[in-house]
Design a binder for this molecule. Structure first.
Ligand code: FAD
Ligand code: EPU
Length: 338
């Protein structure tokens, strides 16, 4: 039964653990719930925020509107020869979905193991890790159009995916609620271990011919060793994007900093490791009041217990200024600031 609650704490609903309040809050379990919610007159007049797991948001103030948590569940799969189409409800926990795929030998998302959050948020910033992005396995998604109440289907080309980007963050921001995502997976695994420490981790485990369960376990192990667990230390993963710059800009930086960590991109630009830039500016592991950067990963800003969102935000401004004055590069936030 759909309930609209008033004046509730959002602390349990954001991985930063920021204690702000929402004017109104509703949790929806089906498309029918969305329909009834948006027929309500109070709802129609309110500012709206959609959340899944709240693992990519930073609240800097109380939310004076309606927060809608998407909890639409269900996973179905259709095997066509060696291809598998798997459709998951937007409210499925992303890692439960990955585990389902690994258990059923559906390959394609194992490198994306242990990313927090929900399936429905995965296309929003085109989640990525360990050499794979959501776009590599995305078939389509369905979404509820807030203005009309219609369910629309978005195919790959409609979504304009980029590095931590999609049309849902830009031109269509705030207009659609993703209700399900369909993934194009494979029953024949194409194992991808070339990124970062995966190969070393597999060798440490004595595994020479890994299957997707081995890759998933290795990625999960690496992530746990580097990233803080939001259930004990509030955070939202990488706070900034890795900056992508032109080659001529890179030439200036590498001349002064020959060991700058960087990668070529498909469109002939250079991606810099923001964690390295931040560490070089002396911020790694710094504790400033109740906030700071994580000791094993300077790109992750943390809440040491009682930080306010404004405190974290102001700290992020200091980091941006510092990286700008040292390297001439402007960091852009990945986390959604509210
Ligand atoms: P939320 O934080 O609830 O929402 C994020 C944005 O999506 C908001 O703008 C929200 O309005 C919108 N949104 C959410 N659900 C819907 C919906 N159904 N329809 C429409 N809009 C919606 N990200 C990566 O890409 N790679 C990583 O490796 C990674 N590692 C992380 C590690 C840690 C420890 C943490 C805490 C975060 C990490 N993240 C990573 C970020 C985060 O996990 C992803 O952005 C994830 O997709 C967020 O899911 P969510 O359900 O929590 O989204
Ligand atoms: N580095 C440092 N110091 C640090 C952190 C990193 O020098 O404190 C350097 C290291 O040399 C390392 C390189 O930066 O080799 C890259 O670091 P890492 O492999 O940890 O990855 P990242 O670029 O910091 C990105 C994503 C992560 C994703 C990992 C693994 C972004 C913004 N972040 O981090 O995604 O899990 O790669 O693929 O692209 C997220 O988006 O929230 C997130 C955690």
């Amino acid at each position: 039964m759909l309930q609209i609650q008033e004046n509730i704490s959002l602390k349990p609903y954001n991985s930063f653990g920021i204690d702000v309040r929402a004017g109104y809050f509703a949790e929806v379990f089906s498309e029918a719930d969305l329909n009834s919610l948006f027929k309500n007159v109070i709802v129609k007049s309110k500012q709206l925020l959609i959340i899944g797991g709240g693992s990519n948001v930073l609240f800097t103030e109380d939310y004076d509107g309606l927060v809608v948590k998407i909890s639409i569940k269900g996973i179905q799969s259709k095997v066509i020869d060696d291809r598998v189409l798997v459709t998951a409800g937007a409210g499925e926990v992303w890692n439960d979905f990955v585990n389902y795929c690994v258990e059923h030998h559906f390959a394609g998302v194992e490198n994306l193991s242990l990313i927090p959050g929900t399936v429905g948020a995965s296309p929003i910033q085109n989640i990525g890790a360990y050499g794979v992005e959501l776009k590599d396995v995305f078939e389509s998604c369905t979404a509820f159009e807030i203005k009309t109440g219609e369910i629309k289907t978005f195919n790959y080309n409609d979504c304009h995916f980029g590095y931590r980007e999609s049309i849902f963050k830009r031109a269509l921001k705030g207009q659609y609620i993703i209700t399900s995502v369909t993934f194009r997976l494979s029953s024949e695994a194409k194992i991808n271990t070339s990124y970062g420490a995966i190969e070393t981790e597999l060798l440490n485990r004595g595994i020479k011919n890994p299957n997707i369960a081995d890759v998933s376990a290795a990625v999960s192990h690496i992530r746990v060793s580097k990233l803080p667990d939001p259930s004990t230390i509030g955070n939202a993963g990488s706070f900034f994007k890795n900056p992508v710059i032109e080659k001529h800009e890179f030439a200036d930086i590498v001349a002064k900093h020959p060991d700058v960590v960087h990668y070529p991109t498909a469109d002939n630009k250079i991606k810099l490791a923001a964690g390295w830039l931040i560490e070089q500016c002396g911020w790694k592991g710094k504790v400033v009041g109740q906030t700071g950067t994580w000791k094993n990963q300077a790109l992750v800003l943390v809440n040491h217990g009682h930080a306010t969102g404004t405190e974290v935000y102001n700290f992020s401004e200091q980091i941006i200024d510092s990286v700008k004055s040292t390297f001439g590069v402007t960091l852009e936030r990945e986390v959604n600031i509210l």
